[in-house]
Design a binder for this molecule. Structure first.
Ligand SMILES: [Zn+2]
Length: 267
């Protein structure tokens, strides 16, 4: 007897697997986010509570579920575990599901997009917390960027080279001009390297969309923060979270947005 496989079975299994894997990798991203800026080894020591040193057992380390069971507190010292850990796990899961949804017909590009999304999640979190972007992240982003050059179905390879080159050159120039005008560093070297590699990843068309999203959202948030801060000194706002958000949205939906724009433009 042959048991028939219902329609859509493999699709459902693929989504469930990518959700579970996305959660587990999200849990590892928390290790990366904590250890890379502190120049710690990624493999050793084993995961532990930063407050009391309690070594996490495997059942303390199940993404999202452990956090809920423990009520967001360390099993040993009962100190609060930052909600960021669960947020990163959930965000990585959702991003991986979105990558499968958008790119399942283009396997290598899909894997590159998953890796890129996870790395950008790290970049945004690390810059938010430490106001630095360690070079390791831009170097790691080169892997999905190079894969995208050859597998992006909607662009040709030189669109990506133009994107990378133009982004790097324009941001370097902006940093030099702004630095001269303001007399202080306005754009960090990490940001310049990041937009360069994101241009390489996205190609110049989707890079433009990324820049629009990043600059509009960044300006709105900076204005709100400036209104809230009491002293005249404008608060130092890290830019990488906006670049990362723009890049993720553009990576996932840039092609659809460009098509929509062209349809509206050409009627
Ligand atoms: Zn503890």
């Amino acid at each position: 007897m042959i048991i028939p496989i219902p329609d859509g079975y493999f699709t459902v299994v693929t989504y469930i697997l990518s959700a579970i894997l996305g959660l587990c990798v999200g849990s590892f991203l928390n290790v990366v986010i904590y250890r890379v800026p502190n120049k710690m080894n990624l493999a050793k020591p084993a995961s532990h509570c930063p407050q009391c040193g309690y070594k996490l057992r495997f059942y303390d380390n199940i993404p999202i579920i452990s956090y809920c069971i423990l009520g967001g507190r360390c099993r040993s010292c009962k100190k609060h575990i930052p909600f960021r850990y669960t947020a990163v796990e959930a965000a990585n899961m959702l991003l991986w599901i979105a990558c499968v949804w958008r790119f399942s017909d283009n396997l290598i590009y899909m894997l590159a997009a998953m890796l890129a999304c996870s790395l950008m999640l790290c970049v945004a979190s690390v810059d938010l917390e430490h106001k630095i972007i360690p070079d390791r992240f831009q170097i790691a982003l080169l892997i999905p960027a190079i894969a995208a050059i050859f597998t992006d179905a909607n662009t040709v390879w030189y669109d990506h080279l133009i994107g990378g080159g133009a982004a790097f050159a324009v941001f370097l120039l902006l940093a030099l001009i702004a630095g001269k005008l303001l007399g202080r560093e306005a754009l960090g070297g990490g940001d310049i390297k990041l937009v360069g590699v994101l241009g390489l990843l996205l190609g110049w068309q989707k890079l433009l969309i990324m820049m629009i999203i990043a600059s509009v959202s960044g300006s709105i948030v900076m204005l709100i923060l400036k209104k809230r801060s009491k002293d005249d000194e404008s608060p130092e706002t890290p830019f990488a979270p906006f670049l990362s958000a723009g890049a993720i949205i553009s990576l996932l939906f840039g092609d659809a947005l460009i098509k929509l724009y062209l349809r509206l433009l050409l009627g």
